[in-house]
Design a protein around this ligand. Structure first.
Ligand code: IPM
Ligand code: MN
Length: 375
């Protein structure tokens, strides 16, 4: 039996999680597995009503669970950043989910905007670092009236070679944000990428950075990548700059097998990855701590304008559920869900709006369950 925390969240979150849960329950029953769900109300509604975001007591409870299944957080009534930082990022950081694994896979029957590319051309993994880089939240925004001490920080951070007038007028503003890369933090995510390549018999790991400009942090990233790569002589490697890789994702996606990226570049390139695999409706991801509690979610957000309309595609969330079961060691169960989803997509009889169909969120979820029963 698995204890799983359920956070449906905001916008379309509850609708897609409902379908994901339905599919997981059905697949579990078929495979003699039991799931005990503990549902949490965290998100915009709860925050606006109670002022509470994510209490320590809940974090402590989740620490003892097997996994977390998350819909989405984000709501136009709440200033951007609050729910994201205080719920989603807090969970990632607190549970030290240092891997963000995002498979980019074009399923049969799914339209890709890339002309002439087929399912066999788009099938790779992005391993995104998930706890460091520009996500550490170090920075400041200030003007000449207040927080003069930030000036000291900036003076220290700024290259002396660049002359900057630090005599701020009262109303003038300066802001800065620091990216931080640590050797152990980089080692563990790059190791994970190589182990993944080994496990899946993939012979190329591509490293993403911008070491030509941000040479301190991504210089360390590069050095660490080289060190780890030496431990895997059978696997080929390459360095790619983040700007260039966006071009190659579009031009030659068949080149890639495992891509490992620092947090922010990983964030950006996986939205592009989601598009080439057919859109956010099918893109799933896992926030993974291989020795702790991991959290699985669709890559898309809460899409408030579609809330309660039952028009969005639940497949991304369903596939995130499959990734969750796979991480718990239930490989057959996970495969069953993936196969059932693939059948629904390739058959195309039941199609959600994003693929030009008119099936509802519920109909897609139910069709996956029907296909599961026939496996
Ligand atoms: C993602 C999202 C988050 C991120 C936001 C909502 C904080 O874009 O999961 O990719 O930047 O990591
Ligand atoms: Mn993102």
């Amino acid at each position: 039996m698995y204890n799983i925390a359920l956070i449906p969240g905001d916008g379309i979150g509850p609708e897609i999680i409902k379908e994901g849960r339905k599919v997981l329950e059905s697949a579990s029953k078929q495979n003699g597995v039991e799931i005990k769900w503990t549902e949490y109300p965290f998100g915009a509604e709860h925050y606006l009503k109670t002022g509470e975001l994510l209490p320590d007591s809940a974090l402590k409870e989740m620490e003892d669970m097997d996994a977390i299944y998350l819909g989405a957080v984000g709501d136009p009534r709440v200033k951007p950043g609050i729910l994201e930082k205080e719920i989603l990022l807090k969970l990632r950081f607190y549970l030290d989910q240092y891997i963000n694994l995002r498979p980019i896979k074009l399923f049969k029957g799914v339209p890709t905007p890339l002309k002439d590319k087929k399912p066999e051309d788009i099938n790779f993994y992005v391993v995104r670092e998930n706890t460091e880089d520009f996500y550490v939240g170090v920075g400041g925004r200030f003007n000449g009236k207040k927080n003069q001490d930030h000036l000291e920080v900036i003076r220290k951070l700024y290259k002396a070679s660049i002359e900057v007038n630090f005599e701020l007028e009262k109303e003038e503003e300066i802001a800065y944000q620091v990216g931080l890369i640590s050797k152990p933090g980089t080692e563990r995510v790059i190791k994970y990428a190589f182990e993944l390549a080994k496990k899946k018999s993939l012979n190329l790991v591509s490293s993403v950075d911008k070491a030509n400009v941000l040479s301190n942090i991504y210089g360390l990233w590069r050095d660490t990548f080289e060190e780890i790569a030496n431990q895997y002589p059978g696997i080929e490697t390459e360095f790619t700059f983040v700007d260039a890789i966006t071009m190659w994702f579009v031009r030659k996606p068949e080149w890639f097998k495992v891509v490992v990226a620092p947090n922010m570049f990983g964030d950006i390139i996986t939205d592009l990855g989601a598009m080439i695999q057919g859109g956010l409706g099918v893109a799933a991801g896992g926030n993974i701590n291989p020795d702790g509690v991991s959290m699985f979610e669709p890559i898309h957000g809460s899409a408030p304008k579609y809330k309660n309309k039952s028009v969005v595609n639940p497949i991304a969330t369903i596939l995130a559920g499959a990734m969750m079961m796979d991480s718990l060691g239930e490989t057959k169960l996970a495969k069953d869900i993936e196969n059932a989803s693939e059948q629904v997509l390739s058959e195309g009889k039941v199609r959600s709006k994003d693929f030009g169909g008119s099936s509802s969120t519920v109909e897609v979820g139910e069709e996956v369950v029907l296909k599961l029963r026939k496996i």
